[in-house]
Each structure stands twice: as structure tokens, then as C-alpha cells.
Ligand binder design. Structure first.
Ligand SMILES: O=C(O)CCC(=O)C(=O)O
Ligand SMILES: [Fe+2]
Length: 331
């Protein structure tokens, strides 16, 4: 059995040129083998991550009616994701253009709804006259009555945005591209913080209910913070492997768009969550999805227009496939 290569990579030495070259090589190797790696010694303060988790726990503890008042708006993609309303495994259906064939997909899951609730937050500082303001996944955030939530989440959003766009520079170098190759993709990007809460399993059935069904992430890179409770699994060589985050680490994974840029050299790998811990599990993924107007094409052959797709149309397709309630066709 081959255990997937998910290295723990320290970023502290990124400013030392010789070490930076090694880090770039390690990132490239991980993206091309499992599509996952972990980063430690990163610039996001642990204390900020902890405040983000405390705020998240505070939000999910609100009475359900209060949370429902902020139900996710399918156009802005912000707000509360109701328990058992999304089937992330739906994101795999119709996914063949990404090269995930039926034979290599896990087949033991039906399309049951995920045992999780969530809360989505996007860029909070885009002004109403910005050309993107009314576009898909843009707009106004919801701010429930949880002490300090807006400040903490905005601080956390900015920290993750900076880290993820810096990582895209390392990714560009790992592909022998200029460091700023993805700068247009990273300009005014769609990105989201997703607070997630996975309740413990309800009853002692033989098959535990899936927390997040098998899926790939839609954007370019995801930075996942966990509060230490296990549950994340990676599909590799026909099996599920648990990923155990190192303390203070971000689990970083390649999303669909980076796989498309690289013609499949970098892997947007299937993963899922099952909370078998018996306790509540909290996690906070941050998705760097990119500038809505950028057309994602092969970095190797820009003429391969057959696979070219705008960030916006890709995201809309993927979101449509996962939620019970489809988003409006147009606004
Ligand atoms: O909660 C986790 O560990 C992973 C969540 C995830 O994969 C997602 O939201 O895309
Ligand atoms: Fe994911």
C-alpha cells in the first residue's frame, strides 16, 4: 500500500534564497503526487487562528432560528449553510473533464447530505461601486450577533489571502513560471472563509454519516485550519487515508483550477470528512478561487482553448452541483 506523500513544509526560510529553492521543489513534488501538503512556520499568528475558532464555536452555538436568519445566499455565496443541506459528493458528479474516472472514484457513498453546518464569509471591503460588487460570490457579508466576529474574520481573511497568494508565487516557481505568473488570477480574487462544524454522529449505526462527501475543491488552493479533531481523509490509490494535521499547520491542497492550469500535473485530489471522534469537530478552510474574469488555460499550451474556462463559470457550475437549492441563472 502506497501512503500518499503529504509532506510538512516549513515556510520560515522562504526569505533565504537557497532554502526557498528547496521549499519550491517540495511544494511542486507534493502538488504533483498527492495534491496535498502541510505548512508550518507560516506567518498567520496562532493566536489569530485560535480567535477565529473561538468565534466559530460562538456562532454555531447560537439558536438555530438565529442562524437561519442568515441562510446562505446562493448568489453572494455568503451566510449560513444549514445542517444536511449540501452534498459535497455532488461536486464530483459531472466531473469527468478533470480526469477523475468513474473506476477510480470511491463508489460506496450515496448522495446523502453532509452532516455538517457552515458559514461562508467573503471579502468585506469591496466597495459598492467596484465593477465586481454585484458579480457571483461578491457582495455583502452577513454578520450575526457574535462578539467581535466581523473584526476577527476580516483580520483572518486578510491573513489567509496574503498567505494563499504568496503560496501561488511559490507554486508558479515550482512550475518554472515567473513568480508573478498568477498575479492576474490573484487580483481582486473571489475567496472565502468557511467556518465548519461537524456534530458527532447521531446514533451508533455501522456506517458513520459522512461529514463532507468526497469532493475536490473548486478553486486554485485551499488553506485548511483544524482545531485538532481528526476526520479529513484523502483518496489515493483506491483507498481513503487519514490526514493528521501537525500542530499549528495548515493543510494546503490543490483545487480544480490549478489542476486545469497544469493539465493535470498538479492534482485536485478527492477528499472527504468523517467525524468519528464522538465530539464536535470544527475546521476553517479558506478557498482562493481567483479573479472571476480570468480564463484558465493550460500553462503549457495556451492554444488548448477547448479546456479554457472562466473562473466564474467554473465556480458556478461546481456550486450548482453541490447544493440542494440551485443558484439563480442570472441576477
Ligand atoms: O473540514 C475539513 O477538514 C475539510 C473541509 C473541506 O474539504 C471543504 O470544505 O472543502
Ligand atoms: Fe475540500
Amino acid at each position: 500500500m502506497t501512503i500518499p506523500h503529504v509532506p510538512v513544509i516549513g515556510l520560515a526560510d522562504c526569505k533565504v534564497p537557497e532554502r526557498k529553492a528547496d521549499i519550491v521543489l517540495e511544494i511542486g513534488a507534493a502538488c504533483a503526487s498527492s495534491g496535498f501538503f502541510q505548512i508550518v512556520d507560516h506567518p498567520v499568528p496562532q493566536e489569530l487562528i485560535e480567535r477565529a475558532f473561538e468565534t466559530s464555536v460562538g456562532f454555531f452555538a447560537l439558536p438555530v432560528e438565529e442562524k437561519l436568519a442568515f441562510a446562505r445566499d446562493p448568489w453572494t455565496n455568503r451566510g449560513y449553510e444549514i445542517l444536511e443541506r449540501q452534498s459535497l459528493q455532488g461536486a464530483v458528479v459531472g466531473h469527468d473533464e478533470l480526469g477523475i474516472s468513474l473506476e477510480t472514484r470511491p463508489s460506496n457513498e450515496n448522495l446523502e447530505m453532509d452532516l455538517k453546518e457552515g458559514f461562508l464569509i467573503g471579502d468585506d471591503k469591496m466597495s459598492g461601486d467596484h465593477p465586481f460588487f454585484n458579480r457571483f460570490a461578491q457582495g455583502v457579508n452577513c454578520w450575526p450577533d457574535v462578539a467581535g466576529m466581523r473584526d476577527v474574520m476580516n483580520e483572518y481573511y486578510e491573513a489567509c489571502l496574503k498567505l494563499s497568494t504568496d503560496l501561488m508565487e511559490l507554486v508558479a516557481l515550482s512550475l518554472d513560471l515567473p513568480e508573478k505568473y498568477f498575479a492576474p488570477f490573484c487580483k481582486d480574487p473571489t475567496a472565502a472563509i468557511r467556518l465548519l462544524h461537524y456534530p458527532p454522529q447521531r446514533c451508533n449505526t455501522k456506517e458513520p454519516q459522512i461529514g463532507a462527501g468526497a469532493h475536490t475543491d473548486f478553486g486554485a488552493l485551499t488553506l485548511l485550519a483544524t482545531s485538532g479533531t481528526p476526520g479529513l481523509e484523502l483518496w489515493s490509490n483506491g483507498k481513503w487515508f487519514p490526514i493528521e494535521p501537525a500542530h499549528g499547520a495548515y493543510v494546503v491542497n490543490v483545487g480544480d483550477l490549478l489542476q486545469m492550469y497544469t493539465d493535470g500535473k498538479y492534482l485536485s485530489s478527492l477528499h472527504r470528512v468523517i467525524n468519528r471522534s464522538g465530539n464536535d469537530r470544527y475546521s476553517i478552510p479558506f478557498f482562493l478561487d481567483g479573479n472571476l474574469d480570468v480564463i484558465v488555460r493550460s500553462i503549457y499550451d495556451a492554444s488548448k482553448s477547448v479546456n479554457a474556462v472562466s473562473v466564474e463559470s467554473h465556480l458556478r457550475n461546481r456550486f450548482d452541483g453541490t447544493y440542494q437549492q440551485p443558484m439563480p441563472i442570472e441576477i
